[in-house]
Design a protein around this ligand. Sequence first.
Ligand SMILES: Nc1ncnc2c1ncn2[C@@H]1O[C@H](COP(=O)(O)OP(=O)(O)OP(=O)(O)O)[C@@H](O)[C@H]1O
Ligand SMILES: [Mg+2]
Length: 328
Amino acid sequence: MELGIDLGTANTVVSDVRRGIVFDEPTVMLLRRGGSRRDRVLAVGQEAADLLGRTPSRFVAVRPLQDGVVTDLETARVYLRSVLRKAGRRVWAPVRAVIGVPVGSTALEHRALLEAADEAGLRPVTTLDEAVAGAVGCGLDPLERRVHMVVDVGGGTAEAVAFCYGGVLASRTSKLGGDEMTVAVARYLREQHQLFVGEHEAESLKIRSGSDGSGPLVLQGRDAATGRPRLATVQAAEVADAVRPIVDEIVRTLSASLDDLPPQAIADVMAEGVLVFGGSSLVSGFPQELERTLGLPVKLAEQPLTCVAEGAARALRNRPLLAAYGRG
Ligand SMILES: Nc1ncnc2c1ncn2[C@@H]1O[C@H](COP(=O)(O)OP(=O)(O)OP(=O)(O)O)[C@@H](O)[C@H]1O
Ligand SMILES: [Mg+2]
């Protein structure tokens, strides 16, 4: 079995070289605390996400990644193993894998991921910058002499990376992403509509506001004064206003990557455009704001949520690419 894996803060996507996408679910795991004994995994992925907020207190929801990196080895190992099982791995069948990593991850975080992957039975495992993997997933060739620039905006992080001819030229990372946008939407509803909503409702409103056109959106929450359930109507433009400060901050941080690029590199990017992917690239106004601040054309990926895993899978069959950009 050969797998490309995008282990994101918000979503995990696994692409099998031969079968395509075999797993695409939220990065969350529901555990029952064992006290002195081992914790037990009750559910992983969508099933765990659906149970959030509906479980007794002995059950805890765990997010195995924070800001795109592994923070707890044991949790990451157990999570990866469960994902592999759900992705149709047969017990002890060898699994070769390429896993995407944020360009801003430290050597220690990188080490932790490799260790967790090895213990989960992935062997050999190579890591590839997510930006490079996503570019491959969108059909770009990172070995070309021409400079490519990519922006990946996920749930926990955002990054801009420019690369060519087997190496990274410039990069910037922001520790803000879609999660912070969701928090901003929830805060806006509390302050402007006196409505309490959970994370799930706030995220769903954020996503709907980008895709349902510009009309009014209805959502349910609890009245801030009475605590009773109540419906509210919100305009899509209000949601765009609520997330704007986060979008602006991300775009400002990422645009500094241009400072490190020589003029010829900027000319390449100007001619080809900046490729944008990651779930939060779909938030209303993001591509426009990025284009305005960078002063460069921006192109949205066709498959913004799965191109990193697909590119990682493709990289498994591209030795020169792995030799140039892979770390193992
Ligand atoms: N249509 C949409 N409009 C706005 N936001 C969206 C949309 N679809 C997904 N998102 C947001 O995108 C984020 C998830 O994106 P993605 O799956 O790329 O992140 P990730 O790879 O798991 O995280 P990271 O790369 O930061 O580790 C979530 O915050 C989600 O709310
Ligand atoms: Mg990601």
